[in-house]
Ligand binder design. Sequence first.
Ligand code: ADP
Ligand code: MG
Length: 726
Amino acid sequence: MQNPLFYALPPHFRPDMPAPKKKPAAATKSTAKSAAGATTSATTTRAAKIDDKLIKLGLRSDIDKVLHLPLRYEDETEIKNISEAGFIFGRPVQVEGVVTSCEVAFRPRRQLVVTIADESGQLVMRFLNFYGSQVKQMAEGNRVRARGEVRHGFFGAEMVHPAYKMVIEGAPLPSALTPVYPAGEGLSQTLLRKTIADAMGRMAWRDTLSEQLRTSLELMPFEPAVRMLHNPPPDIDESALADRSHAAWVRMKFDELLAQQLSMKRAQIARREKGAAVLPKVGALSQAFIQQLPFSLTNAQQRVLTEIRADLKQSFPMQRLLQGDVGSGKTVVAAIAAAQAIDSGFQAVLMAPTEILADQHFRKIAGWMEPLGVNVAWLTGSLKKKEKLAAKARIESGAAQLVIGTHALIQEDVQFSRLGLVIVDEQHRFGVSQRLVLRNKGMDSNAPSSKQTIPHQLMMSATPIPRTLAMTYYADLEVSVIDELPPGRTPIVTRVIDQNRRDEVIERVHAAALEGRQVYWVCPLIEESEALQLQTATDTHLTLAAALPDLHVGLVHGRMKPAEKQEVMDAFTRGDIHVLVATTVIEVGVDVPNASLMVIEHAERFGLSQLHQLRGRVGRGVTASVCLLLYQGPLGQVAKQRLRIMRESTDGFEIARKDLEIRGPGEFLGARQSGQAMLRFADLETDQWLVDRARDVAQALLRDDPATVEAHLARWLGAREDFLKV
Ligand code: ADP
Ligand code: MG
């Protein structure tokens, strides 16, 4: 299949000479030493280190390696005459010649200049970084095969830092394109090629799809498709290979999408087989609750509520993500769902990622619910021991019908009496395992597993995850979207202002406060140091207080004790504080409708969704709100782009889409959450036609052919399935 000279062996390998060092980084003294004194144990550690690096790249098993497909290819199947190569511009060519001279030049700078020649002409290779061993290698008369772009420079036709190998005359050319793989740090292409070729040699190639199915779908068989992608023949349609429309790619994408569909459907089936408390009753509490709200629900709220209510009536657990932009009114929908659980005789719990947020939920929801006779408990880490014990006792006895709190809720000693509904606010702030712990608190561990029930789950997020992405990352999740803001909101005007106009901004803050508006002043994010961030907030507080002596300037930051924080937030809510200097602790969910001006310093340091979250703290009342993004120039390309998007859009979904474009899915969802993206090859947007087919095939296989389902999932998911168990 492959010529060993080019494939299985390192590229510089020549039977009669040792391999030269490949990279400057590898040529340090210590490597030289360890290579010299290589013992078995050193070899083992090296192998282990390589394995570590491979694992970092997600390559653990043979199938992982076999499915590590090339990014692109290099064509080393052909040798051009040197004279001809001199007329090929803008793309790499391969030439072969004999070294006619090799010298270290010092002008225009120190470099190795090697001339090679074939019958047609000669060409110069220049190396700006080189080793003594390379000079030896390039002895006159030795034969070199070099690949690079030819340009016409100081020395005439030349290649700068070409890829090259020493060869013997008549050394055969590879018969396939040379794959270039996505590589991690410290993993050379040579090593990856060998690792993958070895894995292909060990692979059990059985096709997971029957011939009949393949034929009906016009799909290539698995093994030839994989082999073709790793080592395409030189006459392959390269553009189809590059844009992944080639039949071999289609087979990979189909297989991958089929695995995704199978695992999603299977998770769905498994969920439907589990029991859940049936919460059918929209009773007195639900009705009274909705009646006493000072507003009526928007159409969007009404619609998602209908979806949630229907889920709660089922005897299998709901698993629903409620998405809605900041300020779209998710909390009230969650509270109505909680009322239904309570009406049906069960407990509901709401967990929020920060104390401020949990507290705000508690006040708001307890303010609505307690007058209606609901027993609401509050549990956070900052409670005094005695209060905690009392809260836990109420939760365990079932006296508490609704429980609101922070991570403290997932402590081991918190037990519920009959938990029917779990609500997680800002769910992306929690890890999958944290959510599972809370959910499992609703499981009756004494019940036989067939009778075990788990609570319904409602997860809320203001970081809109595009639907396609949600599908990729969660095996089994229904999504509801509130796509409408409550009426009477005036859109936020955003301005981007140079930091050196800070004085003008302070004046503007002053004027706004005199008009009775309240102001957030958000201090810069300093990622390297929390202490520094704190310092900046304290300093800003002092300077602003000095610059605005007739106003009350408050300060809130993450290092304050919860009670202190609360005191400040209360004063701000009451209107006693005009200007609130804050770190990003106010990022999530804080709701003070009278605040209508926000200043964000060093906005260029924030990510898009964070800016959007922050900005969402204003624009909650009827007064027109303004957000001033102060930046410190000069701005990089990405920062410029971000600030422009913020100025132009207030639509969270739009912003999320842009954010996704800039950052890519892994970072977008946060490392904790995303695990490893399941789709590596297919794209849910552009490969929609394949998604549709995969969905139909998945349905049929799950019905008729469980063995194929197992085999296919084992091949394509392997260890990846774990993180799909949301
Ligand atoms: P988020 O979706 O960001 O969590 P909240 O639930 O905090 O939004 O709601 C934002 C504000 O809008 C709250 O003050 C809430 O009481 C109010 N609100 C919610 N629904 C409506 C509605 N239908 N009409 C008017 N105001 C509403
Ligand atoms: Mg909220």
